[in-house]
Design a protein around this ligand. Structure first.
Ligand code: SAM
Length: 407
């Protein structure tokens, strides 16, 4: 290795390059978050990994696996830290609660709240709290309070006025009542939420007893442990190769849907076209969850596509709807008459009700194209399930503690 390459790999240089890249890709947008990124020695939170890997990591770096080899803890990717912190809108003097303690994100928060503010980070795993405490102290952030607790439960020594920001850094299936109870009146909650087979980190602003989203980030997180642990339900339509992922509380008849999937298919193309980036699909995915019920995701392996079991669906899955004995999902094809690389959305359906179901889902895609395609991101409203939520007739996404309405 030459002297130049050694000096190029110095953590400060690597960090500076990471900041530039995050700015270029639009993940860093404010000078405050950028300054925090310039300051926090990310590599000290991952001493087992080389600084070059830490600062260049495109995605999360795992720090613990369970006995089955499944990752249970990580330090999230730089772009995701940046986007979550920008969405959180943290300012000096705030009281912030972080759930899930990798250490690095808490250090960034400590920079943002400054000496007048406070950061508490909570993790359910004693190995992780011990690690976070040690790493934070060594990096010069000993003022961050580290607590071992289930973050879905109320925090014992929470400030009476509530937290100005609650930032959940672990995949949740519900919005815990404790977060609403311990969030200040003008507070913001940032949380990776799983719903209908989708996973979005959502930044909510509190509006009285209601939470209203203003940012949706496509992201994956390790799943929450403890009393609120959950596993999405998957109906195996063709062994492990084709699955329909649904929320636990959504009825789906495994046998009838598997039988339907083995039967003939019906296709309905919508005339709704996409450009080559497909950038519209993540918005369509969320919007449909607020327009179609029941709604879930069809996931298929590349082998399933090769065997002709499914139409063209992307690897993160396709929107799907079903009835007691039939199912339909959104698929793509190259737009037949388009002059350049364009794709058309359509619906493929199976089962005795395939034509009706395909027409319903295609109709919803057409509706999105007419009313929501040109609009900003879908808005998610979260109501407590105390009877004061939205009126009847609306499609809702029901979670154990909240009812979501997506428009
Ligand atoms: C993705 S890691 C946190 C990342 C971190 N904030 C960072 O700096 O990048 C998720 C953490 O959530 C923790 N966790 C899982 N379930 C939890 C729960 N119910 N309450 C608190 N922490 C939990 C895990 O132990 C894990 O350490």
């Amino acid at each position: 290795m030459t002297e130049t390459s050694v000096s190029l790999e110095a953590p400060d240089v690597l960090r500076e390059r990471m900041v530039e890249e995050l700015r270029e890709r639009g993940a860093l947008t404010s000078s405050a978050v950028e300054a925090a990124f310039r300051k926090v020695p990310r590599h000290q939170f991952l001493p087992e990994v080389s600084p070059a890997e830490v600062y260049g990591a495109p995605e999360a770096l795992f720090t613990k696996h369970n006995e089955r080899g499944k990752p249970v803890s990580s330090v999230s990717a730089p772009w995701l830290h940046a986007r979550m912190l920008e969405a959180a809108q943290v300012t000096p003097g705030m009281r912030v609660l972080e759930i899930g303690s990798g250490g690095c994100h808490a250090a960034l928060l400590a920079e943002l709240v400054g000496e007048q503010g406070s950061v508490t980070t909570v993790d359910i795993d004693p190995d992780i709290t011990a690690r976070a405490r040690e790493r934070l102290a060594e990096a010069g952030y000993g003022q961050v309070r580290v607590r071992e607790a289930d973050g879905a439960q109320p925090l014992q020594d929470a400030p009476a006025e509530g937290f100005d920001r609650i930032i959940v850094t672990v995949g949740a299936n519900d919005l815990s009542p404790a977060w609403m109870d311990q969030l200040a009146p003008e507070g913001r909650l940032v949380v990776p939420l799983r719903f209908r087979g989708l996973s979005r980190t959502i930044a909510f602003a509190r509006e009285g007893d209601l939470l209203r989203s203003d940012t949706l980030i496509v992201s994956g997180f390790v799943a929450m442990q403890g009393d609120s642990a959950h596993a999405p339900r998957a109906v195996r339509l063709a062994g492990p190769d084709v699955r329909l992922v649904v929320d636990e509380n959504q009825p789906a008849d495994d046998d009838a849907l598997t039988e339907a999937f083995a039967g003939p298919r019906h296709e309905q193309w919508t005339g709704v076209e996409l450009g080559p980036s497909g950038g519209l699909l993540p918005r369509l995915d969320v919007w449909l969850a607020g327009a179609v019920a029941p709604y879930g995701r069809l996931r298929a392996t590349p082998e399933a596509a090769e065997r002709g079991l499914v139409g063209w669906v992307l690897d993160r899955g396709a929107p799907a709807a079903w009835s007691h004995n039939s199912l339909a999902y959104v698929a793509l094809r190259r737009a037949p008459h388009a002059p350049q690389e364009r794709f058309e959305l359509g619906v493929i359906a199976h089962g005795p009700e395939r034509e009706r179901l395909a027409a319903r889902l295609a109709d919803a895609v057409g509706h999105f194209d007419r009313v929501a395609r040109g609009a900003a991101e879908p808005v998610v409203r979260a109501y407590r399930r105390d009877g004061r939520g939205p009126g009847p007739g609306q499609v809702t996404v029901d979670k154990p503690s909240v009812r979501l309405v997506i428009t």
